[in-house]
Design a protein around this ligand. Structure first.
Ligand SMILES: NC(=O)c1ccc[n+]([C@@H]2O[C@H](COP(=O)([O-])OP(=O)(O)OC[C@H]3O[C@@H](n4cnc5c(N)ncnc54)[C@H](O)[C@@H]3O)[C@@H](O)[C@H]2O)c1
Length: 279
């Protein structure tokens, strides 16, 4: 009797959490990337309507649209946008205003770029690009979509920073500056929006196996001769947990940040790094 009522309570709270985002609409940038795919699928599983954006319609984008339809029964929307280009961002915002009149409830600023190089090698153009995609685009999108979130008295902004947004790391000059800036942006938005029911949090992963890390693995191969497998093993061993965070775990953490359980959590910059940042 006791066991039965306990497990049914657990089951009902699980269903509640899983379905807690029904009726919400989420915009996910970097929808065709490793994290963006997983975040969009986790949000769709939780009941969200998904609006994806990326530079182009890749095979991954098409597969994500199909999976989202299977998972939720709802068609996802997808709009191309180059986050390097302000006109393209303005166009995305106006397209969403006309195609999604109910507005965006959850904004996931996930898209990002990374160049591994020394300060000597870093060009001003590459610096501008990293800052524009990793920091300015999240600011511009937040500024646009927070207007309707404030009117509704509910909104969630989630910014994909990095463990490099919390700690320094060599050969990441523009990335470190932009991801640290993104943590600052997160806290400033959180403070300003706290009275309006809008939370803003950042996620700070260490290495996650997605396409963005391939240039690092290529560079390690050139510099040390290590194969992909060897480098991944070496990186895995720098985690206290000796485990990589998965894209699915990141996606599910985004769902948690949007759930009622996280209603009073704002301005966080959470390391998702197997304890890397605490040792
Ligand atoms: N994978 C990791 O180890 C790791 C660790 C920490 C933080 N991150 C961050 O996670 C986020 C997602 O990266 P990922 O790991 O999924 O890598 P990814 O390369 O799979 O995805 C990056 C996405 O950003 C998009 N993007 C890049 N430039 C763009 C532009 N100009 N306009 C529009 N979209 C653009 C790409 O098209 C891609 O979809 C990034 O912000 C990245 O910095 C990743």
């Amino acid at each position: 009797m006791y066991q039965g009522s306990c497990s049914s309570r657990v089951l009902s709270s699980f269903v509640q959490v899983k379905m807690s985002l029904t009726g919400r609409t989420a915009l996910v940038t970097g929808f065709g990337g490793g994290m963006g795919s997983a975040i969009a699928l986790s949000l769709a599983e939780a009941g969200c309507r998904i609006v994806g954006t990326d530079r182009s319609v890749s095979d991954t984008v098409k597969q994500n649209m199909e999976k989202i339809k299977e998972i939720s029964g709802q068609d996802a929307l997808f709009f191309e946008c180059d986050l390097l280009n302000r006109e393209s961002i303005d166009h995305l915002c106006s397209t969403i205003a006309s195609k999604v009149p109910s507005g965006i409830d959850i904004l996931v600023n996930n898209a990002g770029c990374f160049e591994r190089c020394t300060m000597d090698e870093k060009t001003p153009e590459s610096w501008d690009k990293e800052l524009a995609i990793n920091l300015t685009a999240p600011f511009l999108l937040s500024k646009n979509f927070v207007i309707s979130m404030k009117k509704k008295g509910w909104g969630r902004i989630i910014n994909m920073s990095s463990v490099v947004g919390l700690l320094s790391y060599p050969l990441t000059i523009g990335y470190c500056a932009s991801k640290t800036g993104l943590v600052g942006l997160t806290k400033a938005i959180a403070a300003e929006m706290a009275p309006h029911g809008v939370t803003c949090n950042a996620i700070c992963p260490y290495f996650v196996d997605t396409p963005i890390i391939q240039p690092v693995l290529d560079a390690l191969k050139r510099e040390t001769g290590a194969s992909r497998e060897e480098s991944m093993e070496n990186i895995r061993n720098t985690y206290p947990t000796k485990k990589f965070t998965t894209t699915k775990q990141i996606g599910d953490y985004v769902v948690f940040l949007c759930s009622p359980a996280a209603d009073n959590m704002t301005g966080l910059a959470t390391p998702c790094d197997g304890g890397y940042s605490i040792v």
